[in-house]
Design a protein around this ligand. Sequence first.
Ligand SMILES: [Cu+2]
Length: 152
Amino acid sequence: MKPFFPLSVGLLALLAIIVPIQPISSVPSKRVFTVEASQYAYSPGVISVNPGDMVTINLVATDVAHGMYIEGYELAVFSDPGQSASITFVADKNGHFRLRCNVSCGAMHPFMVGEIQVGQNYLLVRAFGIATIAAIAFIVYQHKIRPQNASE
Ligand SMILES: [Cu+2]
């Protein structure tokens, strides 16, 4: 087999890793989320936004007082029992950031966490690209070697 084939497959796989991916929706928009906080979880537990979005989180404490601290953004909001409090910010940092309760709300308080995802999961997209290239390469490789093996 000529070295061209494995080389081109390797090149394609490399491209899948280094090619910059543009966000599908790059127009920043206003996003409002109502997050219920109760012992010892947020609902929803994961919030996904696009980079540049103006994000408002309405935190509603349904049982006891809860808070929310957004790591990476260094922002905090606090809600009294049965009340809601809101926080608004621009999601100008890409990545996954942990949300955690910053009010001692009970025994399991340290485990009250959530997550805000800013931007797409590009790692997953790239992994899918490489997997697709590998699958196609495998099929092409099978087609190329079969006739040779049959004649031997
Ligand atoms: Cu807490």
